[in-house]
Design a binder for this molecule. Sequence first.
Ligand code: NAD
Length: 434
Amino acid sequence: MNICMVGVGYVGLVTGTCFAEFGINVVCVDKVADKISMLKRGKVPIYEPGLEEMVAKNMREGRLGFTTDLEEGVRDALVIFIAVGTPQGDDGAADLKYVEQVAQSIGQTMSEYKVVVTKSTVPVGTGQKVEAIIKAHQKEPIDFDVVSNPEFLREGSAIEDFMRPNRVVVGAESERAQAIMRDLYAPLYLIETPFVVTNVKTAEMIKYASNAFLATKISFINEMANICDRVGADVNMVAKGMGLDQRIGPKFLHAGPGYGGSCFPKDTEAIAHIAREHGYEFKIVDAVMAVNQRQREIMADKIVAALGGSVQGKTVACLGLTFKPNTDDMRESPSLTILPRLMDRGAVVRAYDPAGLAEADHAMPELVACENAYHAAEGADCLVLMTEWNQFRNLDWQHLAGVMRGRVVVDLRNVYKPERVRAAGFTYVSVGRP
Ligand code: NAD
C-alpha cells in the first residue's frame, strides 16, 4: 500500500517512519523546505531516540521518501494522513488553519478514491469540516472517506508507543475505509492490539478525553503533594499506596512542577473551549488548568524559600529544561515559567539540558547555557532538578559540593534519596516529601 503523511513533526515523522517499517510505501510531505532537505540527507530535525536509524534504514530500503510537493505525495497514495500542528488559538480553541490548508490541497489534487485520515488532535466536528473543504475544492466529484485516527504516542518513547500501543482508535463511517485502516495496521492486529472502531466524532472525543484525564491525574497528585508539604506526609508513598489500587493505577501519579509539552496544555484548553461552545462549563478541566498554572508559581516560590526568601544576586543551576526527558521539545515546558520568575527576582540561572538548550536559548536568552551538570553547578547557590533526564539521576554529590558556592538542592521531580543528598552536606527540598 502507498500512503502519504502530511506534516513531519513529532507525530508525522514517527508514524510515517513506523508505517514504512511495517513494509508500507510512505511519502512524507512538509511545507518547510529545510526540514525536507535535511531528511533527504538522512538527518532527523527532532530529537527522538532510535528515529534517525529507522529513517535511514527505510530510506535505504526504498520505502520512505520526503517531499515538499503535496501533489506528489497525494498522487499514488490510497491513504493520506494529516499530521500537521493544531496549536492553541487566542481564544483557547485549537487553531485548525493548517489542517484546513491541507484539506483544501488534497481536494484540489485528488484524482481517485482516497482515505483522508486526521492524525492531528482536532476538535469534535473537524472530520465533517475536512470533508466539506475537500468536496468544495475538488475539480470534479470523486469519492473519498474521512477517518479520525488520533495518535497517543509520547515524545521520548514515540517509536515504542507506535509499535506497541495500548490501543488504536479508528473513527470511520464506511466499511471500505474501516477495511483499509485495518489493513494498514495489520502488524498490530498480529500482536493483538485492541482496536476501538467507532464513528468520527467519538474518535475525536476519545483523544481529548484521554489527555484531559491524564492532565487531571497530574494536577491531582500535585495538589496532594502541596498538602503533603503542609502536613508532613510523603507524596511518593501516597502515590504508591493509591496506585496499587487497580482502579487507580500507578501511572501519572508523579508529583512535580506540572504538565507541559505540546499536548496537555493545549488539549485541556481546547476541550474546555469545546464544552463552553456547547453551553457547558467543564469545571474539572478548568480547575486542572488553574492548578497546573499555580503549580509553576509554587515551584518558583519553593526555590526562593529554599534560598532564604530572596534570590537577588543568587546563582541557580538548573538541570533539565525540556518538559520531559528524551525530547528536545520545549513547548509549554514548566521551566519557561519558573526560570523567568527567578530571573525577574534577580537570580542568575546557569542551565544544562542534553537536548533542549538551543530552543531554550531562543525563549530565554538571558540563561547561561552550560556544557554539563557540573559546569552548570559552578559557583551556584542552589541546584534545581527541573527535568529528570537519566544523566541527572546519579550525580556525584561530592563533586557538586566542591564546585558550588551554596549547599541547596531543590528536586522538582522527587528523584533523589533525601538521606544521600543531605549526607553530602546539602539542604534538600523536594515536592511533597518531608
Ligand atoms: P509539530 O509542530 O512538531 O509538526 C507539525 C508539522 O506540520 C510541521 O513540520 C509543519 O511544518 C507541518 N505543516 C504545517 N502545515 C503544513 C502544510 N500545510 N503542509 C505540510 N506540512 C505542514 O507537531 P506535532 O507535535 O507532530 O503534532 C501534530 C499533531 O499531533 C497535533 O495536533 C498534536 O496535538 C498531535 N499530537 C502530538 C503528540 C506529541 O507528542 N507531539 C502526540 C499525540 C498527538
